[in-house]
Design a protein around this ligand. Structure first.
Ligand code: F6P
Length: 548
């Protein structure tokens, strides 16, 4: 037994799960009229209703006991105060310091990182104002109209998700584009309509070694230089965000055009650093600051609220309950606001790259189910695509429904239709409809018994499908900051409970290394690697067709 499974609270939950698997949420609601009040939380940015989970007060008590046994509060403090909780890389985990608006000094390896953060924020402010006000000009003296962010993973998903979510807050003085894929089709498509004299490239890469990003950045340099015939244009059209300044300089980016990030910022948590530069350029520095303030509010809630009233803790415990104890294998993220259309992709990296691991932080095999696979889509589109599976397949998929009371872009009559679906779906997933009811409804609609016998089993919905509902008043930079930070902290707590090091990503290295070798084979004649027969034949098929 690993340390976690031998905890009394873990074992109590295992036993309790056996009983709860026999329960139905409909009965739990019928037995307790206070259920919503007991299992919901209202924070300044959002309401969290978790009453539609297969939990009772006993379940929650046992889950909070588990959190206490795993010392979630102690680990939380270690994170906020800069202990090296990223054990395998021996690094602090301090994305919270990037949005710590009280500016208290915080020391990592003897350096006051709060001062470094403020300095970089100052640099972002000055730079974004210069560009937005037209004081930063391209090599031929023209104003910048388009920004192209080149980056992948955390150096893309965070800022792009926010850019998309806050489109309505942009004055559109600058148009922001994102290039992440090394498939040349993307950069070609982005660059085609742009005028090189008016474009600013941001090369965003913490390591400044990521092949995809470096390949795209090199293509962008060639595109620029071939139109200006002058390498000095690079200084006016390229900035970098990186922790690897020497590589950025070697690439040709001027020292003063490099924005710092630091080892203690994980890629998938880096949105709040200069990786958010495209957001600041698009919306203006003040709105970027509001995003940070929203995250800071959630940090304070997470750090101060008791476990039983702590939204990230509750979301994490419910995920552990649904997956590890009740056996769910995936989790859907279902935003109903159009503007959140990239949220599930963002959370996929945040959760799966953080906790998709199978050894504990001590390197021992994990002998329990860890995190689910995360997937999702805009709710309404999902309803007409995969919700059938959510309602009636044998696999139970817990889902987070995320919506807003007010639309940022109101169009008469639309929002009520949207939100009626939002409320109806969690109700349907929970309540379901049994065969007796199906038969009664069919009979009442005048159907004959032959037809009823044939169709009734297909119309049964077992219900009892867990959902969380997150309802914001409206999406603003601040509420969005809070929402994203809510999930970041949820992921942190999951990692602590499951004893996983959430802040490394060794699992992406093996494929990267092999791709580098195979790329050589693809480009050099006669080079043959030592592969399994499938990979060898695929490569040779590819090369033969290319050569023909
Ligand atoms: O390969 C995975 C990863 O390392 C992510 O963790 C990271 O967000 C992404 O690649 C991009 O890395 P970088 O910012 O160093 O280019």
């Amino acid at each position: 037994m690993t340390a976690r499974t031998s905890l009394a609270s873990w074992q109590a939950l295992s036993d309790h799960a056996g009983q709860m698997k026999q329960a139905h949420m409909n009965d739990l609601f019928n037995q307790d009229k206070q259920r919503f009040n007991k299992f919901s939380l209202q924070l300044p940015a959002l309401l969290l209703d978790y009453s539609k989970n297969l939990v009772t007060e006993h379940t929650m008590e046992k889950l909070f006991a588990l959190a206490r046994d795993c010392d979630v509060s102690g680990w939380r403090e270690k994170m906020f105060t800069g202990e090296a909780i990223n054990r395998t890389e021996n690094r602090a985990v301090l994305h919270t310091a990037l949005r710590n608006r009280n500016l208290d000094p915080l020391y990592v390896d003897g350096e006051n990182i709060s001062a470094q953060v403020e300095q970089t924020l100052g640099k972002i402010k000055t730079f974004t104002e210069k560009v937005r006000q037209g004081h930063w000009l391209g090599y031929s003296g023209k104003r910048i109209t388009d920004v192209v962010n080149i980056g992948v993973g955390g150096s893309n998903l965070g800022p792009q998700t926010v850019t998309e979510a806050l489109k309505q807050y942009s004055d559109n003085s600058i148009k922001v584009h994102y290039v992440s894929n090394v498939d040349g089709a993307q950069i070609a498509e982005v660059l085609r309509p742009l005028n090189p004299e008016k474009v600013l490239f941001i090369v965003s890469s913490k390591t400044f070694t990521t092949t995809e990003t470096m390949t795209n950045a090199t293509t962008a340099v060639k595109w620029l230089v071939s139109s200006s015939f002058d390498e000095r244009a690079i200084a006016k059209h390229f900035v970098a965000v990186t922790a690897n300044k020497s590589n950025a300089r070697e690439f040709g980016i001027a020292q003063e055009n490099i924005f710092d990030i630091w080892d203690w910022v994980g890629g998938r948590f880096s949105l709040w650093s200069a990786i958010g530069l495209p957001v600041a350029l698009d919306l203006g520095f003040d709105k970027f600051l509001e995003l940070l303030e929203g995250a800071y509010d959630m940090d304070n809630h997470f750090r101060q609220a008791p476990l039983a009233e702590n939204a990230p803790v509750i979301l994490a415990l419910l995920s552990v309950w649904n997956c590890t104890f009740l056996g769910a294998q995936s989790q859907a993220i279902l935003p109903y606001d159009q503007s959140l259309h990239m949220l599930s992709a963002y959370l996929q990296q945040a959760e799966m790259e953080s906790n998709g691991k199978s050894v504990t932080w001590n390197g021992e095999p994990v002998d329990y189910a860890t995190v689910p696979s995360i997937w999702g889509e805009l709710g309404i589109n999902g309803q007409h695509a995969f919700y059938q599976y959510l309602h009636q397949s044998n696999n139970v998929v817990p889902a987070d429904f995320i919506g807003s009371v007010e639309s940022v872009t109101p169009v008469k009559g639309h929002h009520e239709t949207l939100m009626a679906n939002f409320f109806a779906q969690t109700q349907a997933l929970m309540c379901g409809v049994d065969e007796a009811q199906v038969r009664a409804d069919l009979k009442a609609s005048g159907r004959q018994s032959d037809y009823i016998d044939k169709v009734a089993p297909h119309k049964v919905h077992k219900g009892n499908r867990p959902t969380n509902t997150i309802l914001m008043k409206r999406i603003t930079p601040k509420t969005l900051g809070s929402l994203i930070a809510l999930y970041e902290h949820k992921i942190f707590v999951q990692g602590i409970i499951l004893q996983i090091c959430s802040f490394d990503q060794w699992g992406v290295e093996l494929g990267k290394g092999l791709a580098n070798k195979i790329q050589q084979e693809l480009t050099e004649d006669g080079l043959k690697g030592d592969h399994d027969s499938s990979t060898a034949e695929l490569i040779s098929f590819y090369k033969n067709i290319k050569a023909a």
